[in-house]
Write a protein that binds this ligand. Sequence first.
Ligand SMILES: [Zn+2]
Length: 310
Amino acid sequence: MNANPITLRCGRARIHLLSDGVAYWDGGGAFGLVPRVRWMNLLPPDDLNRVPQELRCVLIEADGKRILVDCGVGDKPNDLIATQYDVRRPHGTLLDDLARRGLRPADIDIVILTHLHGDHAGWATTLDAHTRPIGEAAASAHDPAPTFTNARYYVQRQEYVDATHPNERTRNTYFAENFVPLMRHGVLTMLDGEAQITASVRVVPTPGHTAGHQSVIVESTSTDETAPPVFLIGDMAPFMIHFERLPWVTAYDVLPMVTIETKRRWQGWAFERGAALISCHDTRHPVGRLARNDRGLFSVIPLETGGAAE
Ligand SMILES: [Zn+2]
């Protein structure tokens, strides 16, 4: 078992934090223009200047559906992320984490991808034939197929276009085998902006990290209960510190000034609504809430998941 399985509630929805492991990537990538001396005390790097990044995925049980948000680095051997970077999985993969909750890939109804980078779309497809339903053609070594065989997948159209037309800078972050098969199998829905996925789950465009990046909001639908929303911010702010501090933007962001404006807007929304924030890569503060400190600046208060969790 993971040391701290975390489950949040929002009205009748249940939100479970899962993981595909922890990646050790260069701190310069995570913190971009922020000098190392500013971030190294907050997140001490190892001898190779790498910092741990959780490969967090989230399972939302809401409106009678099981919804997976993002799906780690996956298992495809050609994936640069899995082979060139150090990914550690002391508790196994995302599929092991689902299995611990009694779920098979076929039990997932909906997969929402915040964006198509290799650390978020890995398990969208797999080469592993054992996930195929009996009677269907098995995936072959050259033909990855959707891992979640009964799921509809959702991504922003802009993201799919950019991922299938990478440039010199983005080429090593997008791996076609993670998402092109979704289109071929007819399971991908491309969205143009904000969209209601189920009664209590919607996606909102949060551009900057990529132009087509989206975040996920879970809101209570009960009229007799005003639970604060749960906000899966994705790589708009991979660590909580990025959500606090507008100029802290990763080196991977293709539109850094847009990221800053996106964060400014959603900081205000999250503060007003008292949203519970879920980070996709922060190993130490997976869940938090925005508060204003003495100087009027935003800071993320780690949520006592002991209290919020079931
Ligand atoms: Zn990421």
